[in-house]
Ligand binder design. Structure first.
Ligand code: ATP
Ligand code: MG
Length: 142
């Protein structure tokens, strides 16, 4: 076990349905600490850059549109094995495949509007955190 940081987004469909509190409460109940948070309306440029790895996929335009459709809550979560733990709490990309009681099973509307994002590996976690947060915006007292 090792303490890690991961990057989390509550996507526009989660923010607009007033799910911020329920989602953060779940992270906290599973031992993840919020060490950075801010609400932001992503520009098209930011959403395109963030999901650039998917730029050749057929769903890319829909994904970018949906990420820009309203404000998101950007967060850095810290805890033991935070990257994998967050992915387990979120559940599978497609809510139809997500296990019971995962955030996507509970809240996702569709594979496109699946309520939360989480980094998938240490290198992406580090890059995604640095993309949105300055070191001075992160707590370091957990
Ligand atoms: P995220 O990166 O948002 O945490 P993920 O890692 O579970 O999700 P990815 O394969 O990285 O899944 O896909 C990024 C996002 O693109 C998904 O969360 C989803 O919103 C969207 N997406 C993925 N596959 C599809 C699809 N077949 N149709 C529509 N949207 C999709
Ligand atoms: Mg992903």
């Amino acid at each position: 076990m090792s303490k890690e940081r991961t990057f989390s987004i509550i996507k526009p469909d989660g923010v607009s349905r007033n799910l911020i509190g329920k989602i953060i409460a779940r992270f906290e109940s599973e031992g993840l600490f919020v060490v950075g948070a801010k609400m932001k309306q992503l520009s098209r440029h930011e959403a395109e850059g963030f999901y650039a790895v998917h730029s050749t996929r057929p769903f890319y335009a829909e994904l970018v549109n949906s990420m820009c459709s309203g404000p998101v809550l950007l967060m850095v979560l810290e805890g033991e094995n935070a990257i994998l733990k967050n992915r387990e709490i979120m559940g599978a990309t497609n809510p139809a495949d997500a296990l019971d009681n995962t955030l996507r099973k509970l809240y996702a509307l569709s594979i496109g509007e699946n309520t939360v994002h989480g980094s998938d590996a240490p290198d992406t976690a580090q890059n995604e955190i640095a993309w949105f947060f300055a070191a001075s915006e992160l707590a370091n007292n957990q």
